[in-house]
Design a protein around this ligand. Sequence first.
Ligand code: FMN
Length: 186
Amino acid sequence: MINVAIILGSTRPGRNGEAVAKWVYELAGRRSDAKFELVDIRDFNLPLLDEPVPPSMGRYSKEHTKAWAARIAPFDAFVFVTPEYNHGTCGALKNAIDFLYAEWNNKAAGFVSYGSAGGVRAVEQLRLVMGELQVADVRAQVMLSLRDDFENYSKFKPQAHHEKSLNTMLDQVIAWGTALKTVRQK
Ligand SMILES: Cc1cc2nc3c(=O)[nH]c(=O)nc-3n(C[C@H](O)[C@H](O)[C@H](O)COP(=O)(O)O)c2cc1C
């Protein structure tokens, strides 16, 4: 069975992302075809990228980078939970992604996004980033509307149909995450 990290990207106080990530984790936990863990990037207190050598060189010097790398390295696949900020993902998530390189390579990823337009623009940006990191991003995604899935834009109440989308996305993440294990073992 593969290990999948559900990565909570938003770090701000009062973030909607926390309820979304917990919902993903709760529904994913009902499956028996992968193991899931919730990873909150806020727990790592990452500063803005402060490594002198580009992460693709794999020479991490700071303790916070090493801790973050150690958390991400064991996973086979990722589900990024992202808000949309100014038509992109949030800076905290992009920064946390930029900190590492090899820990992301040859793995799979899916997305759960939220925003006034379902966070789709944030995910389109993230897909470009995934290409550079050699992450295989799956087609299915969960797009949550601030208007229709959050009461008063703040209390998370997802419409029932999102559960099916979530499981379709997870099916794809698990399939590709499993397949790519063979690439990493070579
Ligand atoms: C800096 C900022 C920029 C935002 N820009 C957008 C945007 O471009 N499109 C959108 O749909 N929502 C936008 N929003 C609304 C957020 O998607 C919404 O507040 C969401 O709950 C933020 O996620 P969070 O609560 O987990 O931090 C923005 C919010 C913030 C704080």
